[in-house]
Design a protein around this ligand. Structure first.
Ligand code: GDP
Length: 139
């Protein structure tokens, strides 16, 4: 399996619930190396840029409002098969449809407020980690 990077975002709902520590612990237990990590409150422009692919979707405004309402923890993760593995650990977009034990099942509230982000392809893993960590921060 190739070593890949994926972007993890612990979303505002999970930070509000104070479960960011549990999620980071899970990241480590799943064998990821944390290449970079920061807590920030996203600007509207950062959120809109990050989710630009969804700009024509009906939930775009709601999504950007949610993602900017409080701090997020953003981490660049690395391991073998990182993208698929992290997607499996976080579970389906809608927490109600996510498998037992997944992060979204454990901590998500609904299809919008679903606790965590994970990149959806190896290419996007690189693009998204570079979006928030343009270079020198990566270990
Ligand atoms: P993901 O790859 O599983 O995160 O799902 P998507 O790429 O389809 O959507 C990106 C993010 O947009 C999701 O994680 C949700 O936070 C949000 N989202 C997706 N669908 C909906 C929706 O129907 N309503 C709202 N409010 N947010 C949504």
């Amino acid at each position: 399996m190739p070593t890949q990077r994926t972007l993890c975002i612990i979303k505002p709902d999970a930070v509000e619930k104070k479960v960011q520590g549990s999620i980071i612990q899970r990241v480590l237990e799943e064998g990821f190396r944390i290449v970079a990590m920061q807590q920030v409150q996203l600007s509207r422009a950062q959120a809109e840029g990050f989710y630009a692919v969804h700009r024509d979707r009906p939930f775009f405004d709601e999504l950007c409002t949610f993602m900017t309402r409080g701090p997020v923890v953003i981490a660049a993760l690395e391991r073998d098969d990182a993208v698929a593995h992290w997607r499996k650990v976080i579970g389906a977009t809608d927490p109600a449809k996510a498998d037992e034990g997944t992060i979204r099942k454990l901590y998500g509230a609904n299809v919008g407020e679903n606790a965590t982000h994970g990149s959806d392809s190896p290419e996007n893993g690189l693009i998204e980690t570079a979006y928030f960590f343009p270079g020198h921060e990566l270990l």
